[in-house]
Unconditional design. Structure first.
Length: 268
C-alpha cells in the first residue's frame, strides 16, 4: 500500500511543493505518530521520503538541504522506542531526526499526563519477530501491535499465538506511558527543530486510535498539517465517519488511497 499513498501525495503536488520549499530555504517538518522502530518495509511513505531527499540533494548538489528537513518519530512502546533510537542513529545522514517516547491523545486533553499502555514483551525482536523465550519466530509486524486497549491482542491470540500453542497473555505487558496532546506534541516538535512553520506532513499509525487522534485535533490549532496520512481500517465505522467529517469541516480533501489508509490534503 505504500506505493498507493505515495502516488496520492504526488497527485497533490507533494514532491514538487516539498522540493520547492527546501530550495527556497524553508524548513520542512514531518511527524510520524506510531513510528514503531522506523524505516520498515511496510512503513508508509518512509522509502518515498528518503528517496525524495536523495534526489533533491543530488540534483542540486546541496547536502545542506537535509539539515532543514526535520523528521520526528513518535513511539510510545518502551522496547520499540529503544530499537527506534538505534535505527535513527544508523540513518542519521538522511536528515535531522529525533525520537519522542510518548503516546498522542486528543487536543481536549490540555496537559501531558500518563496512561496505561499495552505492548508485546521485549523477548520478541521488533525487527525479526524472533522470540528468545519460546524460540518461535512470529510475523515481523507482531510488535507493531501496541495500544491503550487490550482489544488488538485478541487478534494476535487468534492469528498468531494460538496457532503456535502459546497464550498472548504471557506476552502482553502493561506499562505506563507519557501522553501528549496533538497540538502539545507539535509545539514541542517545532520548538526543538528551531522553526515555527506548521507540520508539512503527519503520518499516523496507532492500531485503531488514528481516528480518535484525528477527531481530537482542534480546528483552531495552529499546527494543522498540509498533508495528513492515517490508517482508517482499524477504526470503527462511526469513529471513521466522524473523523472524515471533522477533516472536511477543517478544509481537507480526502483520498481513500487503499482499504487501509486515508490521505488528507489541506485546501489553502
Amino acid at each position: 500500500n505504500t506505493e498507493k499513498e505515495w502516488k496520492e501525495l504526488c497527485s497533490e503536488n507533494f514532491v514538487k511543493k516539498t522540493s520547492q520549499l527546501l530550495l527556497e530555504g524553508n524548513d520542512i517538518n514531518v511527524v510520524q505518530i506510531g513510528a514503531h522502530i522506523g524505516f520498515e518495509q511496510n512503513d508508509p511513505l518512509a522509502q518515498g521520503l528518503t528517496r525524495l531527499l536523495d534526489e533533491v540533494t543530488s540534483l542540486f548538489g546541496n547536502d545542506e538541504l537535509r539539515k532543514r528537513f526535520h523528521w520526528t518519530f513518535v513511539e510510545p512502546s518502551p522496547p520499540n522506542f529503544k530499537r527506534l533510537e538505534e535505527n535513527l542513529m544508523k540513518n542519521s545522514a538522511i536528515c535531522d531526526m529525533r525520537g519522542i517516547n510518548a503516546a498522542v491523545v486528543s487536543d481536549s486533553v490540555k496537559e501531558s499526563g500518563q496512561m496505561p499502555f499495552y505492548t508485546v514483551q521485549d523477548t520478541v525482536d521488533p525487527t525479526t519477530g524472533f522470540d528468545s523465550l519460546s524460540g518461535e519466530k512470529f510475523p515481523h509486524w507482531v510488535t507493531q501491535v501496541s495500544s491503550f486497549s487490550k482489544e488488538p491482542f485478541a487478534y494476535l491470540e487468534k492469528e498468531v499465538f494460538k496457532k503456535k500453542g502459546l497464550n498472548v497473555n504471557d506476552y502482553m505487558v502493561e506499562s505506563t506511558v507519557v501522553t501528549k496532546s496533538f497540538s502539545g506534541l507539535m509545539k514541542e516538535t517545532l520548538q526543538v527543530s528551531g522553526n515555527t512553520m506548521r507540520p508539512h506532513l503527519i503520518l499516523i499509525d496507532t492500531e485503531g486510535f488514528d481516528c480518535e487522534i484525528v477527531k481530537g485535533i482542534s480546528p483552531s490549532s495552529v499546527f494543522l498539517p498540509e498533508y495528513l496520512v492515517y490508517e482508517h481500517s482499524s477504526c470503527g465505522a462511526e469513529s471513521r465517519s466522524a473523523a472524515e467529517k471533522h477533516l472536511n469541516n477543517m478544509g481537507y480533501r480526502l483520498h481513500q488511497s487503499s482499504f487501509q489508509n486515508t490521505v488528507a490534503v489541506k485546501s489553502l
